[in-house]
Design a protein around this ligand. Sequence first.
Ligand SMILES: [Zn+2]
Ligand SMILES: [Zn+2]
Length: 354
Amino acid sequence: MKALRFYGGKDIRLEDIPEPQPGPDQVKIKVKWCGVCGSDVHEYLAGPIMIPVKRPHPLTGRQAPITGGHEFSGEVVAVGDKVAQFQVGDRVTVRPTMPCYQCYYCKRGQHIQCVKLGSMGGAADGAFADYVVAPVDNVYKLPDSISYEAASFVEPLACCVHAVKRGRMEPGTTVAVIGAGPIGLLTMQSAIACGAGDVFVFEFLPERMRLAKELGATEVINPKEVDPGKTIAKLTDGRRADMVFECAGPCEAMLLADTVCGRGGTIVEVGLMTEPCNFPFINLFMREKSIITSQGYVDEFPAAISLLARGQVKCDPMMISAKVKLEEAFEKGIKELTSERKLQHCKILVSPEL
Ligand SMILES: [Zn+2]
Ligand SMILES: [Zn+2]
């Protein structure tokens, strides 16, 4: 079968490899769709980060080359001897994280902090391939109301549901979202589904501004055209936002989050800030604001599936900006998102069946 394999930084190859066979506790899945994630692009540009190159991963025993892709859906085509809860033909999605279930953090239910954490598409083969095998504990059945396309959004949506949980958002909370890329749009919809009051989205790209409005934002504000702090103050009787989800990443986005966050408010950092940031902590102190970080997810897959099944979060087709063949996943997927055209994209989906 064909597979897109990560060898290390800037070295990704499409190769022919044998089809994987399921172990006793695994299922084999025919991949339908797999989203290209910002972390795939980051792995390509700045890696190796997730991919173990020098020594085998402590949990999976694997090292490069490893097949990428962790946001996927597919159909079960074979099950291991000990698997009773899945059958051939089941429509599924997969939680790619592989915790050890034995360390201090795993035992406290904080799997994302597992000291040996691995993940499919990082420390085990992922779904930029015709087939993938997954441990049965990681597999979730899909209701018929969720298309395979939409199901490839369950993984990033789980990150966004986790962010709302980390923020402990209360009903009626005035929310701001910084950045309307895939994570910003999914976080915005999760917050609305979980009872947010007014939701103000800060974004400057026209297409993303349009999407944010279409998907439920109360108001979309272009921080390059108006004073963002004064604008949100005017819309909220001077209070600004109670909770800000920072979903962009760069330092300026964090500074903007501070500007639009009101007294006693909370900033939830969902974006990936890779560089140190010169941040005015005195603003937090004087107004008793908090910063909370949110990384990945623990057990938010059922909630994410439920939000999609009920139509409370919409992603298909609005958030899909391109569908590409597996053979083109590098050129028209990962590499495309390193070009100037990346700003025109929302989510690129890859399929081995195109
Ligand atoms: Zn991802
Ligand atoms: Zn662990």
